[in-house]
Ligand binder design. Structure first.
Ligand code: F6R
Length: 607
């Protein structure tokens, strides 16, 4: 996710901006830049690490005590010098940094181009600089307001103009923004840790608010222009904790980011009626209609996401779909033909096995689609079609929010294919769209119930073995819950379809053995209850994930992790969250290094 910095005060802005951007490095980025004003606006930017930007600044320095800075995580356009922020209007008098996505940037670009605009980058952000300049009539705040009214999406933007020195104007529409209050100097940042060593007093900007930053402080208003009276908060966390947004670990922070990740991944891609817009998917309706089979290939957590996709494609599209481990597929001499679409899923886009399987399928004539979180990754370069998941950089080795975004990607893809193939009833598409748009709120609700996951973790923390069971989509979630638990808590765990238990593993269920059962699939509910009873009869301890309205489960389970009622097809998105929290809290109670578990690496680039 991009990082934003701003400074107004008596000191040289350049070093303060660079220092702040360094402290935001943990968010991940692929280019960086600053703009500093001293009568004219000077912009310096570079692809790659901040050190590249510093090299440029050492030979071509900037002076001035007002400035804005940015670290970019590419979404629209590759990570290049030109696409790095800040972006200016053609006169160079207005400069913008931006975090998030302008959903209607294509139509804005076309409109501005028809008025003579020439573009220096491929980004959606440059549109904002042009718009502010066009809308300016002597009042920067009014120009920014009009720009916001024209720009749809979830974002934060920061604007400066040489016409109104001594001032920075910023807006928050979902993407985070904070103001740090110093002694006759004021800081702006997308996260508290960037400036925590300068001040501990912060104003948190809320959604749909605008802030005018000067050296005397900050004036907050709603986008509509109503004044906002907000007291600063005093931060007492240490810098390390602040980097994690106040959470003890990146994993917990990333679990809690999931509602926002769903919002970002959906942004601009899904209409209320279920129509889907995918900017980097190049295939046309004729191709979509001709697909005879979908292969999904991936490893680990991404493979578990693929299991959900397989089920969605089968159930929603009635389209044959198979998910294969990439390390198996690459040596399986696969039979793939031209009418088969291969979808390779990889957070990093660099997993060696996934790359090899994807390449093989592509060489054998299959069209290749990448679902990946990293713009410009190797997988995205191989692919004919790309779905970027927009989860933002995932720091914790155990994947949570990237998995979540992979699920959302596959629902959108199913709707896109369904529209072309005419296999999804409009009502079904509409219900799915509504359910997806409501999902961030549902996830917030699940996250508010973290206490139940903590109680379940207390019950599991001393276990030697934990079993996870479920049927259909619930089985796919059971696999992911089990993997999360073993990788960070080091507790042995296995997942299996609920119907499989009695074919062998039941021999291991004795007094007190925890069995986690996922109970969201109503069509097989009674069947799963039979497996629960088999466990209970042997003294096993049941931890269930179930809907709020499920009253039956209380008769069987020792602990129930509740999720709000929803369409069974979408339930995996919510049901995985209590299991991520369970794994996290077991690992915490056992005192493990949660973000860097033993023997594991974030990106497995070797075979
Ligand atoms: C588990 C985890 C791994 C990865 C797997 C694939 O939490 O993160 O199982 O999912 O190594 O990685 P990507 O998605 O980068 O291909």
């Amino acid at each position: 996710m991009c990082g934003i910095m701003g400074y107004v005060g008596p000191q040289q802005a350049g070093p303060i901006l660079i220092d702040g951007l360094r402290r935001l490095e943990y968010r991940g980025y692929d280019s960086a830049g600053i703009a500093v004003t001293n009568g004219v606006i000077n912009v310096r930017k570079a692809r790659g690490k901040i050190a590249n930007l510093e090299d440029i600044l050492s030979s071509d320095p900037v002076t001035g005590s007002i400035g804005i800075g940015h670290t970019r995580w590419a979404t629209h356009g590759a990570p290049t010098d030109a696409n790095a922020h800040p972006h200016t209007d053609p006169t160079g008098e207005f400069v913008v940094v931006h975090n998030g996505i302008i959903e209607n940037y294509q139509s804005l670009r076309e409109e501005l181009a028809s008025q003579g605009a020439k573009w220096s980058s491929e980004t959606d952000s440059e549109v904002l600089a042009h718009l502010v300049a066009r809308e300016y009539d002597g009042d920067l705040v009014a120009a920014v307001r009009r720009t916001v009214a024209l720009s749809e999406g979830a974002y934060a933007m920061v604007v400066m103009t040489k016409r109104e020195p001594g001032k920075i104007v910023a807006v928050r529409k979902i993407s985070p923004l904070v103001v740090g209050l110093g002694d006759r100097e004021t800081f702006l940042a997308s996260d508290i840790p960037a400036v925590l060593h300068h001040t501990r007093d912060f104003i948190i900007i809320e959604d749909d608010e605008l802030v005018i930053v000067t050296e005397d402080g900050a004036q907050v208003e709603t986008i509509a222009g109503e004044p906002v009276d907000r007291d600063p908060i005093h931060i007492t966390w240490d810098a390390e904790r602040a980097e994690k947004g106040g959470y003890d670990h990146f994993m917990l922070k990333e679990i809690h980011e999931q509602p926002a990740v769903v919002t970002e991944t959906l942004a601009g891609r899904l209409d209320e009626d279920g129509t889907v817009w995918l900017e980097d998917v190049a295939f046309d309706d004729d191709y979509a209609r001709a697909i005879g089979r979908v292969w999904i290939t991936a490893c680990g957590t991404a493979y578990h996401a693929g299991l959900i996709g397989q089920e969605i494609f089968r159930r929603v599209l009635r389209l044959p779909a198979n998910v294969e481990y990439a390390h198996e597929l690459r040596y399986a001499d696969p039979i793939v033909s031209e009418d088969e679409l291969t979808i390779a899923i990889s957070q990093s886009g660099e997993t060696a096995d996934t790359l090899a399987a994807a390449r093989l399928a592509s060489e054998r004539g299959s069209r290749l689609m990448a679902i990946t979180n990293v713009v410009g990754s190797t997988l995205s370069r191989y692919a004919d079609d790309i779905f970027y998941t927009r989860a933002g950089p995932e720091i914790s080795v155990a994947s949570t929010k990237a998995y979540m975004a992979m699920l959302i990607a596959q629902y959108l893809l199913a709707l896109r294919l369904g529209a072309a193939r005419g296999t999804v009833e409009p009502k079904v598409a509409q219900d799915l769209a509504r359910g997806l748009h409501r999902m961030p709120g549902m996830l917030e609700e699940v996250l508010r119930r973290e206490e139940s996951a903590i109680a379940a973790a207390e019950a599991v923390k001393d276990a030697n073995d934990v079993y996870f069971i479920g049927r259909g989509l619930d089985f796919a979630i059971a696999l992911e819950g089990s993997l999360k638990l073993k990788e960070i808590s080091y507790v042995h765990s296995e997942a299996m379809p609920a119907g499989e238990l009695k074919h062998g593993t039941l021999a291991l269920i004795t007094e007190g053995v925890p069995v986690v059962v996922i109970m969201t699939q109503r069509s097989v509910y009674d069947k799963t209850i039979s497996a629960v009873q088999e466990v209970k009869a042997r003294g096993g301890r049941i931890i269930a994930v179930a809907y709020d309205t499920d009253t039956e489960i209380e008769h069987h389970a020792d602990i129930v992790l509740r999720i709000p009622d929803m369409d069974d097809l979408l339930a995996p998105v919510a049901a995985v969250v209590p299991l991520q929290l369970l794994a996290y809290h077991v690992a915490r109670l056992r005192g493990h290094d949660i973000d860097q578990p033993r023997n594991l690496a974030k990106s497995v680039t070797v075979e």
